[in-house]
Design a protein around this ligand. Structure first.
Ligand SMILES: N[C@@H](CCC(=O)N[C@@H](CS)C(=O)NCC(=O)O)C(=O)O
Length: 207
């Protein structure tokens, strides 16, 4: 059985959606991120980076990093079509997935949720928050430039990139940051997907 380490409402929600889209059996280990569970020795022994999501495969291999876990799930279950068939389209899916995870989350939301990581002086906090919001806005506007005018999912089918873009849109929605039109309709498309509804309900959210 797969073991999945997660925190409700965090980036692991994107992986949670993929696991349930695939209808996989897994044990969920819920970590309290604000309480510092990811920095405790028992979790660091599993993932020395101290981050979720983590997926431990049936063979006991520990997979960390959103992109790596999402790609592994998609390739292991090709019939689900979480990646397109041709290699160039697969690269485009990974391009958007990585942009959401590394840039919008990693550069933008990390500054908004944990400004203290970037502070040299307490009085810089407001500036870091502003910088985070500006990076998030730039990230969504970049997605908009590429996908503006389109409706539905990012590509012709629901892919692992949709799960990644969704969790940053979910954060924008919760923190009342604006989403440009494509991203807003993408968010609405995602929350009307039955599996997404179920995962959010399981994680304690009503959208
Ligand atoms: N690059 C990592 C980032 C994961 C990440 O930042 N996860 C956050 C939760 S959304 C986390 O575990 N933060 C705890 C920490 O950094 O101490 C990935 O792609 O999985």
């Amino acid at each position: 059985m797969l073991n999945f380490y997660m925190t409700p409402g965090s980036c692991s929600t994107g992986i949670h959606i993929l696991l349930e889209e695939l209808d996989l059996l897994f044990s969920a280990y819920v970590l309290n991120l604000p309480a510092g569970d990811t920095q405790k020795p028992d979790f660091l022994a599993i993932n020395p980076k101290g981050t979720i999501p983590v997926l431990v495969t049936d063979e006991g291999v520990v997979l960390t990093e959103f992109a790596s876990i999402a790609w592994w799930l998609a390739v292991k279950h090709p019939k689900a079509g979480l990646l397109p068939e041709d290699i160039t389209s697969q690269a485009q899916v990974l391009e958007i997935l990585n942009y959401a995870v590394s840039t919008i989350h990693g550069h933008g939301f990390t500054r908004i949720f944990t400004p203290e990581r970037y502070l040299f002086r307490e009085e810089d906090k407001e500036g870091i928050l502003r910088q985070g919001k500006s990076l998030v806005a730039k990230g969504f506007n970049t997605i908009e430039k590429q996908f503006g005018g389109k409706t539905g999912y990012l590509f012709d089918q629901f892919t692992i990139a949709d799960a990644a873009l969704f969790y940053v849109e979910f954060w924008a929605n919760r923190t009342e940051l604006p989403l440009p039109p494509f991203c807003r309709q993408h968010f609405n498309t995602m929350i009307s997907r039955p599996v997404v509804k179920r995962v959010l309900a399981e994680e304690g959210y009503r959208v």
